[in-house]
Design a protein around this ligand. Structure first.
Ligand code: PXG
Length: 293
């Protein structure tokens, strides 16, 4: 059976799931999105993702024409129609169909679509080996411009960084903010461990308020691991004992090299492994339950 996609209250087979070329999401990147995961019939941190979606939309003065409860139902129905127990869920809300001008007022109603699909994961060998990162020249967007805390459809800042990282042979790239402080990676937040202290940059320096980031902070608190948000430089990362990334797709992945500098022992560290295990345990028991059959 073809993948079933939700668009504005109806489901369409993938080959027929289409939106207008006049949609401002396409013409201007005017819209917001979320990437969510379901683990064996549990949607992980669904309300946190929906809260972030609604906050991103609110800042853009984009009215989502259904309630959070209706969105939750639409997501679950899409998972059920596709018989997915495990899935990646992409929720997109665009400004809607307008004319060729910028004016969002010409778009009468936001377009909503939901894609559920199999998730492509990093190979397990990378978790064993750890990632090699490179700092890229493209810096994070200024919070005073399009704030990187908004999960908008305009991801060109991240895409440029991703291209630059890949040009240098790295699948993830480290992004600094305009002041040269560590912000995050193209699709993941960053943490470091040193002297039994877990650190991550504050999001106001130009990072997304990652749902996985928040889950890791809460796990660390429950394990009595000392945690602080701190302004970090590349020098701090180079001299960390451990560095790891967090994100919905990657979960928790160790970093062993940055810009040619070996991090710690050059092997994934123990704190990272502990946090990864605890995070995976959480995904197995926490979430909004649904039945895919
Ligand atoms: N920072 C950025 C810039 C992100 O886009 C994260 C951090 C992690 O946030 P969560 O809430 O997932 O813990 C993200 C989200 C991909 C892909 O294909 C990844 C994201 C978004 C879109 C695509 O790798 N990550």
């Amino acid at each position: 059976m073809e993948l079933q996609i939700y668009i504005d209250g109806k489901w369409f087979p993938k080959s027929e799931a289409k939106i207008s070329v006049f949609d401002h999401g396409l013409l201007y990147g005017d819209g917001v999105f979320e990437g969510i995961r379901a683990y064996h019939g549990l949607v992980f941190k669904l309300s946190e993702h929906l809260d972030r979606l609604w906050e991103s939309a609110h800042t853009l003065m984009l009215e989502i024409p259904i309630s959070k409860k209706e969105m939750e139902k639409a997501i679950i129905e899409t998972l059920r129609k596709n018989h997915f127990n495990d899935a990646y869920i992409r929720v997109v809300v665009t400004r809607g169909t307008g004319d060729l001008g910028l004016d969002p007022a010409k778009c009468k109603r936001a377009t909503i679509f939901i894609i559920t699909d199999k998730i492509t994961l990093y190979p397990e060998s990378l978790y064993k080996k750890g990632l090699d990162l490179i700092t890229v020249p493209t810096v994070r967007n200024l919070p005073e411009a399009v704030n990187p805390a908004i999960k908008s459809l305009n991801y060109l800042n991240n895409i440029l960084a991703k291209i630059e990282g890949k040009n240098s042979g790295c699948i993830e790239a480290l992004m600094l903010n305009h002041q040269g402080y560590v912000a995050e990676c193209t699709g993941d937040n960053i943490f470091m461990v040193k002297n039994a202290l877990l650190l991550t940059p504050p999001t106001y320096l130009g990072a997304l308020k990652g749902v996985t980031r928040q889950a890791i902070i809460e796990i660390a608190e429950s394990k009595k691991i000392k945690f602080e948000e701190r302004i970090l430089t590349r020098h701090d990362l180079f001299n960390a004992e451990e560095v790891f990334l967090t994100g919905t797709a990657a979960e928790v992945i160790p970093v062993v090299k940055i810009d040619g500098r070996v991090i710690g022992t050059g092997k994934p560290g123990g704190v990272t492994a502990d946090l990864r295990k605890a995070f995976q345990a959480l995904t197995q028991k926490d979430g909004v339950r649904y039945s895919s059959s």
